[in-house]
Design a protein around this ligand. Structure first.
Ligand code: ADP
Length: 650
């Protein structure tokens, strides 16, 4: 039993290939996790980093809460099963299974008990005296599994274990492995490029592309709510249909026009959409699964005519490939068996709008997310107040100065909904999704979604809005006021700094770091070991806004591990939350207040420091433009990103 936690994990190979890019995942006890994605997307690399067979370039890997980046593979209590079995050909099945235990000096009768138990589970008890070459591929893979089972590991790691087997055997081994997971009650991590294996085996699937996680979800959620076009197209056979379209309002309805048809739907049909996408007429891609294109009558709403060009009879179901009569766009339809279909036949179909997907052409991300994060509503300006959702919202004067029209749109982010009583809106739906409650709110014909962990009783939800996190658009959808980005992104460097590094004080560093330092287990970016002496080593300071800050010890170690001695050559971006900057008389940094952003209950200063504008939150005093202020930045709150590698170091 084990809990694994991967936080901001990166892998950059020596030749510069970034195989894994900011991988974050929590793996609980007894889960069956599948990493799936096309060849080369970083699945095996991630698995090998978990196993300890590959160094982690940056990020933190925890096993049961203990930082374990540099834990030896043999101490991780994990067993790996590979595609090519890796059995010893000269040994019997029994000896192959017993070998790992023998070299660990497990007593003979215990080995015997475990081998028999595993072979019983795998149904190979009567094969124990055979040699691998006398066995079929499926049986050999069972032996490889048996060899992992006898070790009673905390985690099973399986790297494409079924790729060498034929289709029928793969299917039966799939259910074998799923059964094994139930019997053993252990965490399984399984790598495959085959979406059917992923869908049938995983309790949680991680879809990857080019080293980046696209979506982590249950199999059915991936199918029903893909977050982007890639996931939508990767999961499901036959593949989802995609076609380019434009959206616009048509009176109160919305039209989605493609090269061969025009769908007119009500806002209710697509209530999870952030309407700013419609207002801005963003090009979209409509996605519809073959089973959601349905046969209909010619005069049904949104019906369009097609001609059948291929019929694939699958028994009780049937796939039709049809061409729209307008421009021959091909669409795949999955329908029930119907022996009367003929090639060339004209049929009318329509899309099941409740199952339709919409992706932004530009980003390929869905604009009908399962849990909407941002929703836009109409607003009208009346004197110094914006009427939104039936409430008149007071607006700070620096925003009012920029508003000279009457009609606006306001984008409300989930985080901009805060405790308060300004708004009271009807809850029309409450749904629990992945440990969060999602509330659908409706005011007249406008929708808003809000999600949080706690349940909300009653039919109404009361809240206020945090003005700094709202975006305001004019009536043409042009951004007038952006939400306040509370983070300062500052370019800087690491500069050499000679010091006696007190790292070998056990109380000052994390145990894992202590071990690495005391064993001199430093490596530079090319993988070469660097010897670090206990004293007087060349370390570095952060150079930002013209001043130097000494990083904390664990940050030094992490950064040094990746950049090595060449740290000076790297461009660094520092990220600091405006709320973490402390104004104080004797502060290291000094600057002049250029501008004041006063939200009434929250005040921010834009301060010019060393020719850069820095945002600083002020909880207490009121100051004026032109005032000089001093401030400090705590080294523990500075985020550090390497621009050259595009790796978040801290
Ligand atoms: P997958 O398991 O998804 O097929 P891998 O994790 O094997 O992908 O590989 C991810 C990327 O890293 C690929 O571009 C691959 O070419 C590259 N890669 C894998 N191993 C190495 C290596 N030892 N050295 C350099 N590049 C590698």
């Amino acid at each position: 039993m084990a809990n694994l936690s991967l936080k901001h994990i990166y892998k950059i190979y020596d030749n510069g290939t970034k195989a894994v890019d900011d991988f974050n995942l929590e793996i609980g006890d007894n889960e069956f996790i599948v990493f799936v994605g096309p060849s080369g997307c970083g699945k095996s690399t991630t698995l090998r980093m978990i196993a300890g067979l590959e160094d982690i370039t940056a990020g933190d890997f925890y096993i049961d809460g203990i930082l374990s980046n540099s834990l030896e593979p043999k101490d991780r209590d994990m067993a790996m099963v590979f595609q090519n079995y890796a059995l010893y050909p000269h040994m019997t099945v029994y000896d192959n299974m017993a070998f790992g235990l023998k070299i660990r000096h497990v007593p003979k009768d215990e080995i015997d008990r475990r081998v028999h138990e595993a072979s019983r589970i795998l149904d190979i008890e009567n094969q124990l005296n055979k040699k691998p070459k006398a066995m079929s591929g499926g049986q050999r893979q069972r032996v490889a599994l048996g060899r992992a089972i006898v070790r009673k590991p905390k985690v099973f790691l399986l790297d494409e274990p079924l790729s060498n087997l034929d289709a029928k055997l793969r299917s039966s081994m799939r259910s074998e492995i799923t059964r094994l997971h139930h019997v053993l009650g252990t965490t399984f991590i399984y790598v495959t490029h085959d979406q059917i294996e992923a869908m049938t085996m995983g309790t949680k699937i991680v879809v990857m592309k080019l080293g980046v996680i696209q979506q982590v979800d249950s199999p059915m959620n991936l199918y029903d709510y893909p977050v982007n076009e890639f996931v939508a197209g990767f999961i499901g056979t036959p593949q989802m249909n995609f076609f380019d379209a434009k959206m616009d309002y048509e009176g109160k309805d919305v039209s989605i026009t493609s090269s061969f048809n025009k769908i007119v739907c009500s806002v209710d049909d697509i209530s999870r959409i952030d309407i700013i996408n419609i207002i801005n007429k963003k090009p979209v891609v409509v996605g519809i699964r073959p089973e959601h294109v349905v046969l209909c009558k010619p005069n049904d709403k949104n019906a369009f005519e097609c001609e059948i060009s291929v019929i694939e009879a699958l028994g009780n179901e049937c796939n039709l490939i049809v061409e729209s009569v307008v421009d021959k766009t091909r669409i795949t339809i999955r329908t029930l068996r119907n022996d009367n279909f003929t090639l060339g036949q004209k049929i009318y179909v329509k899309l099941d709008l409740s199952k339709m997907h919409l992706f932004l052409k530009e980003s390929t991300n869905t604009i009908l997310p399962r849990i909407p994060q941002t929703m836009t509503v109409r607003a009208t300006l009346n004197k110094d107040k914006l009427s939104i959702l039936g409430h008149k919202l007071s607006i700070p004067s620096f925003i009012l100065d920029k508003l000279n029209g009457v009609n606006y749109y306001v984008s409300i982010n989930n985080d901009s909904i805060i405790k308060g009583t300004d708004f009271k809106i009807k809850i029309v739906n409450k749904e629990k999704i992945n440990n969060r409650w999602v509330f659908k709110l409706k005011h007249k014909d406008e929708y808003l979604f809000y999600s949080q962990e706690q349940y909300i009783d009653g039919d109404y939800f009361e809240f206020s809005l945090s003005i700094p996190s709202l975006k305001i658009f004019d009536e043409n959808g042009q951004l007038v006021i952006d939400c306040l980005n509370k983070y300062n992104e500052i370019d800087g460097k690491l500069v050499p700094h000679k010091m006696v590094l007190p790292v070998l004080d056990k109380n000052l560093v994390e145990p894992e770091m202590y071990e690495r330092l005391s064993s001199n287990n430093f490596k530079d970016s090319s993988g070469k070991k660097i010897k670090i002496k206990n004293s007087n080593i060349k370390v570095f300071n952060y150079l930002l806004l013209g001043k130097e800050i000494t990083p904390n010890n664990s940050s030094i170690v992490k950064i040094y591990n990746l950049l090595g001695k060449k740290f000076e050559l790297h461009q660094i971006k520092f990220s600091i939350n405006s709320h973490d900057i402390k104004i104080s008389e004797d502060g290291l940094f000094a600057g002049e207040i250029k501008n004041i952003i006063d939200y009434g209950n929250e005040t921010y200063y834009i301060v010019n420091v060393n020719n850069e504008d820095i945002l600083i939150f002020e909880p207490n005093e009121k100051r004026n433009v032109g005032d000089q202020i001093h401030f400090n930045i705590d080294n523990n709150v500075i985020g550090v990103t390497d621009i050259n590698f595009k790796v978040r170091l801290i």
